[in-house]
Ligand binder design. Sequence first.
Ligand SMILES: Nc1ncnc2c1ncn2[C@@H]1O[C@H](COP(=O)(O)OP(=O)(O)OP(=O)(O)O)[C@@H](O)[C@H]1O
Ligand SMILES: [Mg+2]
Length: 218
Amino acid sequence: MQQGIFQPTTLDDVVISNKNAKARLQQIVKAQIPFPDFKIGILLWGVWGTGKTTLAQMLPDLMNEARGGGQANFDYHQCSAMNNGSSLIAKAEQRTWYCSFNKDGLHYVILDEVDNLTDLAQKQLKAWMNRKDVVFILTTNYLPKVDKGVQNRCYLIEMNAAQPNDWLPLAHRVVAAYGGKPVPDNALLPVIADCDGSAREILAKLSEIALDRIDEAA
Ligand SMILES: Nc1ncnc2c1ncn2[C@@H]1O[C@H](COP(=O)(O)OP(=O)(O)OP(=O)(O)O)[C@@H](O)[C@H]1O
Ligand SMILES: [Mg+2]
């Protein structure tokens, strides 16, 4: 089975049950609200495995394409405990001093697991977030650990466990991809519910189920 076959490619493929959060994201991507403007960041927050990092890496292309461009250039920074400090933010900021190569003229900066930054580095980030030509895309599992000033400059997009029903289209796609017979919704829903909204768990469990069905049929 090909790697990444179940990876979401459009905003609709990303499973977000919070209707306000999904609507806000669509408005930002389609430039229906001025952005970056009074808010210049998108902060994706929620429990593990719900697709925050995946979505963060999709957003630059989706935004740039909606503004007449193609694939976007973006900088991705993993804020791990090892490089949690001021130097990471200083280097990341320096890269945005130069001209952007994107059609929309924007720099896209992804800071994954932003809560890992020290308090000082988060203050630095807050100061950097007074620009209007940088789009900040941040993710976290721990919203309260993110500086209030940083939060205030962002649209907060909740990505906690989605409703099991919302995963059904992907679930059917997974079963079909393995070549198995369709599994009824009422058999899939409890399995999905057990995964606590983690796409990692959902994809792993559904793959098992799909393969078991093929073995049983053989
Ligand atoms: N809507 C989706 N459809 C298909 N696969 C998805 C979807 N959302 C996430 N995935 C897959 O699930 C896995 C976990 O996603 P990701 O790493 O983005 O989650 P996360 O929210 O960043 O997790 P964590 O909180 O642990 O950092 C990835 O392999 C991703 O491709
Ligand atoms: Mg992540």
